[in-house]
Write a protein that binds this ligand. Structure first.
Ligand SMILES: C[S@@+](CC[C@H](N)C(=O)[O-])C[C@H]1O[C@@H](n2cnc3c(N)ncnc32)[C@H](O)[C@@H]1O
Length: 238
């Protein structure tokens, strides 16, 4: 096999992309231990009266990686909307870097109610549905984020694997976010889990759909600029 072809294969397999991501994070390290210690210093006792619970270090590290990938550890203060915010950790961690924001999620999980209150992260209770505009939040954001996206799964959480959004649903959603929730120059970042059979979220059809919508795709992540004609940048410049 020609070396150029080998190189291309490496890129395709994501190995180099992954190495690049690790190297970029390594160049701008974030003290994850201090963040975890900060979280553990909070009074989780009330939460523990209901659930045997403590912050999951692995999850916290993943949130820190998102912070690093989006340059939130070294950029100007941003207003952030976290879709499917769950416990609220992401906004809490972002606040440690000078940002502010709110979450949006359903109210189906009592544990999240407790952690959001403990972390003092405001949450709008709303169900994200295919082809339905999100509720008016009365403001726009520099960054809309969703990690471990689930709102596109129609069987969530009880009937998995069930159906999922198609191209028209994603088109509607991305347009809704761009036109009603992103400030000029804003970005939307989506990170997907692998599928139940461990295959990547991005099938060929979904990759094509996201690219048509102007997404920049890096492995299981998609980044959108508010302006569909622009290529979104991970580096935040304001
Ligand atoms: C796997 S959890 C991820 C939580 C958090 N973003 C994280 O990375 O830890 C998925 C979250 O999406 C929320 N969710 C699922 N379907 C939703 C929908 N249709 N509308 C709003 N939130 C939804 C769930 O309540 C849950 O908090």
């Amino acid at each position: 096999m020609k070396s150029s072809r080998k190189l291309q294969k490496l890129f395709e397999s994501g190995v180099l992309l992954s190495a690049w991501e690790h190297a970029s994070r390594w160049v701008h390290p974030v003290n994850g231990r201090r963040i975890l210690a900060n979280l553990e210093s909070l009074d989780f006792e009330r939460v523990r009266t209901y659930y045997p619970y403590r912050p999951n270090p692995r999850r916290i590290r993943k949130f820190i990686e998102v912070v690093q990938d989006l340059w939130l550890d070294r950029g100007p203060p941003l207003q952030i909307l976290d879709l499917g915010c769950g416990t609220g950790y992401f906004i809490y961690i972002c606040r440690l870097f000078g940002h502010d924001g709110i979450g949006l999620d359903t109210d189906a999980e009592p544990l999240y109610r407790e952690t959001l209150a403990l972390l003092n992260v405001p949450r709008v209770v709303s169900l994200i549905e295919a082809q339905v505009p999100l509720p008016d939040l009365g403001r726009k954001f520099d960054l809309v984020v969703a990690t471990r996206v689930c709102f596109h799964l129609t069987g969530w959480p009880k009937n998995l694997p069930g159906g999922e959004w198609g191209a028209a649903d994603w088109k509607f959603f991305v347009n809704d976010i761009r036109t009603r929730f992103l400030k000029p120059g804003g970005r939307m970042f989506l990170q997907f889990n692998p599928r139940p059979d461990d295959s990547p979220f991005f099938t060929l059809a979904l990759r094509e759909c996201f690219l048509e919508l102007g997404a920049r795709i890096v492995r299981s992540k998609a980044l959108f600029a508010a302006d569909p004609s622009l290529c979104a940048r991970f580096k935040q410049t304001k």
